[in-house]
Design a protein around this ligand. Structure first.
Ligand code: PAF
Length: 286
């Protein structure tokens, strides 16, 4: 731990609420950045953006078991709390909320949020219970921290749309803000799971961004959406990936689209290389 670290981690909802209450009494606005830790520059961008929205920034660090399927990487998900707290401190975060599983899911916990709309398809085809777990924990965090604004990375684009719709549908008084994806110089989107990539897989990984960039340029230049998507799928498969999906969707509803006339388009991809599953997305420019 850095000797100069001033951030104070709290572990209970009661402590979080007490701190938030005193900030509210001082008429300070509060921004929440929910994370599962293993913080990288993408998270730093979220924390820095949060400071522009509010006087006080709360970071939550909680590896949420309910969004992992039994076959997924919950037990080996990277946990780097001390380094995370140093990064949060350096980014100007005021409070880190670090609950344990019992605090978030007490004995007898029996409630889950059920979703449709932007949660249908894409990730849900491959991770059927994922967004119910995300929505449940995010709803809890939003109720616990009662922030004015909450920030999420566009890297998890479907998650961002699901949470935006969730907040609207159940009248949570919070503004959901998406923050652009931070990328490595070769285009690979930053992700806590990139640490799983071996050397060869890491070398192949930027193809996702290259394929999406080529397809968005093709569509923006008047090319046919399905042709552009087919080319991108072929490029990803040729680089050694097993493709889960590569789709063109309406940027807000995530409904399938066949032409630019149907609204703003977002291209989304999920693909596996070795034992690692990567996701990425890109907007088709207007
Ligand atoms: O994006 C993430 O890190 C997680 O899905 C989130 C939003 C913190 C919920 O656990």
């Amino acid at each position: 731990m850095s000797a100069r670290r001033t951030i104070r981690p709290v572990h209970t909802v009661a402590e979080l609420r007490e701190q938030v209450k005193s900030w509210r009494a001082a008429e300070e606005r509060i921004a929440l950045v929910p994370t599962m830790g293993a913080l990288h520059s993408g998270h730093v961008a979220l924390m820095e953006a949060a400071r522009a929205h509010a006087e006080r920034v709360v970071l939550s660090i909680f590896v949420n078991p309910t969004q992992f399927a039994p076959t997924e990487d919950l037990s080996r998900y990277p946990r780097t709390l001390e380094a995370d707290l140093d990064k949060a401190d350096a980014a100007g975060v005021h409070l880190a909320f670090v609950p344990d599983v019992g605090e978030m899911y007490p004995e007898g916990f029996a409630t889950t949020i059920s979703l449709a709309g932007p949660a249908l398809g894409l990730e849900t085809e491959f991770r059927p219970t994922h967004f119910a777990g995300v929505a449940t924990v995010v709803a809890k965090l939003l109720i616990q921290a009662a922030p004015d604004v909450a920030l999420f990375g566009e890297k998890d684009y479907q998650q961002l749309q699901v949470i935006t719709r969730l907040a609207r549908d159940i009248d949570l008084p919070v503004r959901i803000v998406g923050v652009p994806t931070v990328r490595e110089p070769d285009g690979l989107a930053l992700s806590s799971r990139n640490v799983y990539l071996g050397k060869e897989d890491r070398a192949a990984a930027p193809v996702l961004h290259r394929a999406l960039s080529a397809a968005t340029a093709q569509i923006a230049g008047g090319g046919n959406v399905l042709d552009a998507i087919d080319d991108a799928r072929r490029a990803v498969i040729a680089a050694g990936f097993q493709l889960d999906y590569l789709e063109a969707r309406h940027a807000a509803s995530l409904a399938p689209v066949l032409s630019r006339a149907e609204g703003p388009i977002r291209l989304l991809v999920a693909a596996r290389i070795g034992a690692t599953r990567l996701i990425d997305n890109l907007a088709v420019p207007d």
